[in-house]
Design a protein around this ligand. Sequence first.
Ligand SMILES: Nc1ncnc2c1ncn2[C@@H]1O[C@H](COP(=O)(O)OP(=O)(O)OP(=O)(O)O)[C@@H](O)[C@H]1O
Ligand SMILES: Cc1ncc(C[n+]2csc(CCOP(=O)(O)O)c2C)c(N)n1
Ligand SMILES: [Mg+2]
Length: 311
Amino acid sequence: MLSENLVVEWITSTLGITWGDATVIQINSHKRIAVNVDAFDGELHWPSFLDAYSAGLRAYRGSTSDIIVRGAKPLAVLVALRVPRNFPFETLKDFVKGISDAAQEFDAVYLGGDTDIVETDSFRAEVVSIGALHGEPLTRGGARPGDLVVAVGDFGVSSLLYDAIQGNTPPLPLREVIRTWLKPKWPPVNKWLENTAYVTASIDNSDGLALSLHYLSENSNVRIELDEIPIYPPLLEHYTEKEALERALYLSGEEYNFIFTIHPKHEALLDELNARILGRVTTGSGVFLKGYGPIQKSGWISGLGYARGSR
Ligand SMILES: Nc1ncnc2c1ncn2[C@@H]1O[C@H](COP(=O)(O)OP(=O)(O)OP(=O)(O)O)[C@@H](O)[C@H]1O
Ligand SMILES: Cc1ncc(C[n+]2csc(CCOP(=O)(O)O)c2C)c(N)n1
Ligand SMILES: [Mg+2]
């Protein structure tokens, strides 16, 4: 049986592709662009509570998050669509408007794309996001001992939402949870782009907090020691503290929180970036939380669901 990590490990090692968020292309000695493609799949990324317009916003932001987290300013987007023949046209229009409006927030141009109409009932959009780099591109590999580990927003919204729609929680103000889930937890983007020179490493939380922290730790060859996790407060109302913590760590993908590292002499910037200190980078390996111990390398792996990662 196939899983994302099995396939991606084979492709990247066979073709010599560097594992990471968006890829960077050097245009000439002083110009670089960042490019990312991300699929928005009707089965995997479009839960029933999501209206078509919001799905379009998310499809754009899911792809564009990867270029912003590398320090690039969004410039343009291309979208390939695979649409079932019996798909409601109005729903499709709303989806495309969502993408277009999300791009407009950054003055990014919707340049073009491709459309296939198919007989099956599976909808899919591939979103290519292109951005301009004005400084050095950020990677997952630049964290150094002594740096602060920081993040924007709370973790675990997805876990609460998926449990609630399956009827596994007591009734909750779902609208509010969905609104929080829809918002990418990025720093104010202009402030972020002005200050990427002070950031040493970065990643966005698409596959869960624990996996994201392990990727930072492994790529930077450092140990991460955390003092606290910003848990989405409603989780603490519905689960025990340990359960809420583990949900935030291991079941928290698709939230797009920016997680990054920064030298402590730039701590004053954190307010402007809406970021909170979770802990510190030290020498060694692994990810640890005070009072909890080692954090497992576990999160969302396509094909396995929420599972332990090998990579
Ligand atoms: N089909 C593919 N061909 C070539 N490279 C791929 C393919 N699928 C994934 N990769 C590469 O593998 C790495 C991991 O991919 P993945 O999609 O998990 O990136 P990510 O940024 O972690 O994901 P997300 O879309 O959740 O933000 C990336 O460097 C990506 O470019
Ligand atoms: C029913 C249900 N359960 C769980 C999830 C969670 N989920 C789906 S894709 C993904 C990671 C981001 O995708 P990608 O890595 O492809 O960008 C996550 C966390 C869901 N959407 N629906
Ligand atoms: Mg990513």
